[in-house]
Write a protein that binds this ligand. Structure first.
Ligand code: ASP
Length: 464
């Protein structure tokens, strides 16, 4: 069970988490927790300030508010536990002061110091949670995550050594679980083989949960957050968007690109490889079933699952007569994007032209300059990508007809289908995107399901 920062934002949230864990005690949980909300940001900002100003005291000051938030939670505990946590916070304040002084002098490499500093967020929240659980007679045991998660030394974005991590995880945690204890660890943290603190990248607590779950061969990994799982569309656009009960890993990976509240595919891979389902649950509404992500697509019914969209897209139309019947042209073209480290999302081609969509336009001038000698380039901006996600879309007849007849008066610039089995993606003007998503949601999710059923029957005789 992994709880994100908003699930432990204050004393009430800690109490809620304790109730959730208590109710699932018989399932023998292992708990991974993020830093309290906003704490990682504040710690990172303090590093910036110390480095920029050389004033360690000034850099420590904005953290006071957050030390106070931790002691506020500790105050809800009985005297013994409370005093112990007060001491922990005091030690953190002192040690962070010292670490920020080292940053301020600028004499040591910054990334290892920064990892050391941000690790206090997760260490403190995990110690607090273990104490809150113990107060409710739940046999919690704080475990330093750095004893389990072993990584390389890429500070700030370390890569775990999976097998090492599983070995350590089993050695540290299995005896505790067997003994009826509830291990509580901070997410996001790791350590190099020689014991230096590392972090797994922002949002890395999900990664920790997947690693720990995989190492222990957990029955399920639960990611507790503040939404009811993954929704059929962005609720800011479609007010009555619904929770999707189950997604395949491929579907979840497509949706992650759109920043849907889904786990980043890389982070859940360790669980997925071992066929451990990952469930996204709402700590504010724990009885909701949430969304399950399954490795095996068969576990997830074949339907259109979601409509994702993203604004701020630019399309380049690249035309060159040299493409006609020539080989090597696409390589020359894509090399330009590689050189300027720009990610391409959608690609469509005709005999003499290629259109592609980009999100990052920071190197646009250089890209156009380098394309000019080989092709004519037209740029269209203020566009949006819309992506319909569902297993077996490639082999389902009628979906495209339904989608585009719904949009008959909306101009569609690019269409891409077939590259993956699970999505149909197209580009419209940014000004049209909300109307597009609303209409599609009405057409695909709000009509009679009987009427839709034939759309999802696999076409006879299609070979794959
Ligand atoms: N606390 C870290 C962050 O804010 C890790 C996490 O919450 O997953 O990025």
């Amino acid at each position: 069970m992994k709880f994100g920062g908003t699930s432990v934002e204050d004393a009430r949230a800690f109490a809620r988490v304790a109730r959730i864990i208590g109710a699932r005690r018989d399932e023998r949980p292992v708990v991974v927790v993020s830093a309290m909300s906003r704490v990682t940001d504040a710690l990172l900002a303090s590093v910036e300030t110390a480095a920029a100003t050389g004033d360690a005291e000034g850099a420590l000051r904005p953290l006071e508010e957050h030390f106070e938030r931790h002691t506020f939670v500790a105050r809800t505990l009985p005297a013994g536990a409370r005093d112990e946590l007060f001491l922990e916070v005091e030690i953190a304040r002192r040690e962070l002061g010292e670490l920020l002084r080292r940053v301020a002098t600028g004499q040591e490499p910054r990334p290892p110091l920064q990892d050391e500093i941000v690790s206090y967020g997760e260490c403190l929240s995990a110690k607090l949670l273990a104490a809150v659980l113990a107060e409710r007679a739940l046999p919690a045991a704080y475990v330093d995550a750095r004893r389990c998660v072993i990584t390389d030394d890429a500070h700030g974005c370390a890569t775990p050594a999976n097998e090492e991590t599983y070995k350590h995880t089993r050695a540290e945690l299995a005896p505790l679980v067997a003994d009826g204890r509830i291990p509580v660890l901070g997410g996001f943290l790791g350590s190099t083989a020689d014991g230096r603190t590392t972090t797994l990248g922002r949002g890395g607590s999900d990664y920790t949960a997947a690693l720990i779950g995989a190492g222990l061969e957990a029955r399920e990994i639960q990611i507790w957050t503040d939404v009811n799982g993954v929704l059929t569309a962005d609720p800011r656009v479609v007010a009555h968007a619904r929770t999707i009960p189950s997604l395949s890993f491929a579907e979840a990976a497509e949706l992650a690109y759109f920043g849907a509240k889904v786990l980043h595919p890389k982070t859940i891979l360790p669980a997925v490889i071992r066929s451990i389902p990952v469930r996204i649950c709402n700590s504010r509404d724990p009885e909701q079933p949430g969304t399950g992500v399954y490795f095996d697509a068969e576990m997830s019914p074949r339907t259109v699952k979601a409509i994702a969209h993203k604004k701020g897209i630019t399309v380049l139309h690249i035309t060159s007569a040299r493409m006609l019947g020539a080989y090597g042209f696409l390589r020359a073209l894509f090399e330009v994007f590689e050189r300027h480290q720009t990610i391409i999302d959608i690609v469509t081609t005709s005999e003499v032209s290629v259109s592609l969509s980009l999100e990052d336009t920071s190197r646009m001038e250089e890209i156009i300059r380098d394309l000019k000698p080989i092709a004519a380039v037209k740029v269209e901006s203020n566009l949006a990508v819309v992506c319909i996600v569902g297993e077996e879309l490639r082999y389902t007849s009628g979906v495209a007809a339904r989608i585009f007849s719904t949009l008959r008066d909306i101009n569609v610039l690019l269409i891409s289908q077939g590259a993956s089995n699970v999505n149909l993606t197209f580009v419209v003007a940014e000004a049209d995107v909300e109307e597009t998503v609303r209409r599609l949601h009405a057409s695909l999710f709000e009509c009679d399901t009987q009427e839709l059923a034939p759309l999802f029957r696999r076409k006879e005789g299609v070979t794959r």
